[in-house]
Design a binder for this molecule. Structure first.
Ligand SMILES: [Zn+2]
Length: 300
């Protein structure tokens, strides 16, 4: 019962907020054109069709379930941080790298469905960092979902699947790529925000930060977050090193810029430093059993 109480309060709050937003036309979560882009209209006729994925999407709610079940005070259970890039179909033979960076909508749907059914919750990186600083509750049994680079399919494909499962994720945006072909524009990024997703930063132009002079490094790290923050109207607290490349200087600059966490591409490892967080790479050839093992071996 103690565990259920925050969940119930969260649901009531979400319901109230949805009601409020219904009455305020100005609070619609995305332009009509952007919402019309939901679904899988871009799917080619010969692509595999999973009825679960192709089913009509539920009405999008303005407020995603926040909250997670808190661990007992003083306890900080391990939180596997899953790293995604694209959610799309790729021909493995034609584009092996693209294949490894992608999961299909069906794979993501199955993975999130299993996480949900197995009782895992999701935590945003800003909340995980607060937990690590001892300034916020820690989740009892949660994973963090992260999506790098701000590709267009984060909005068209990942978001509806996340919403169907009532899960939240952190999206790391490359500020200078916003609106370019293949990437989300600001309306789509604001739609993610309005759906309760966290918007993080991933530099201005995705360079190897370890190769930059101090001035350029500060600009890439600090100005990307500032630019995103100005567009989404919220602080940007979470950073992701492009290509996973970082050094002591890069970490120091990221910390100084005001972020509260930064993720790497280090595969697995301790979560002792919030600015060098390891992640678990979710590649196209990872089976559902592989993901289950990845998560349950770290967080039973
Ligand atoms: Zn990247």
């Amino acid at each position: 019962m103690k565990r259920l109480l925050p969940v119930m309060l969260g649901l009531i709050l979400a319901a109230v907020l949805v009601l409020i937003s219904e009455q305020e036309p100005g609070r619609r979560f995305a332009p009509a054109g952007a919402v019309a882009g939901f679904g899988h209209s871009g799917r080619a006729a010969d692509e595999p069709l999973n009825p679960a994925v192709a089913a009509p999407l539920p009405t999008l709610i303005a407020v995603a379930p926040q909250g997670f079940t808190s661990a007992p005070p003083g306890e900080r259970p391990y939180v596997p941080i899953l790293m995604y890039h694209y959610v799309r179909y790729v021909d493995r033979a034609a584009d092996p790298l693209g294949f490894s960076l992608s999961v299909t909508p069906e794979q993501l749907d199955a993975q999130l469905g299993w996480l949900k059914a197995a009782g895992y919750e999701t935590v945003r990186m800003d909340a995980l960092a607060a937990c690590m600083r001892g300034e916020g509750p820690c989740p009892l049994r949660a994973v963090a979902l992260t999506f790098d680079d701000g590709y267009a399919d984060a909005f068209t494909t990942a978001l509806p699947i996340l919403q169907r499962h009532g899960l939240v994720a952190t999206f790391y945006i490359v500020s200078g790529f916003v609106g370019q072909p293949g990437y989300m524009g600001w309306p789509e990024i604001r739609a993610l925000r309005d759906a309760g997703m966290e918007i993080g930063a991933h530099s201005m132009t995705h360079p190897d930060l370890t190769g930059l002079g101090l001035e350029e490094l500060r600009a890439q790290v600090g100005q990307s977050g500032a630019a995103i923050s100005a567009e989404v109207g919220q602080p940007v607290l979470s950073f992701c090193y492009p290509g996973g490349r970082f050094s002591d200087t890069v970490v120091a600059v990221t910390r100084e810029a005001g972020y509260t966490s930064a993720t790497t591409t280090i595969q697995d490892g301790p979560q002792s430093d919030p600015f060098t967080l390891p992640r678990l790479r979710i590649s196209g050839d990872l089976t559902l059993e592989g993901l289950q093992w990845m998560v349950t071996s770290r967080l039973p």
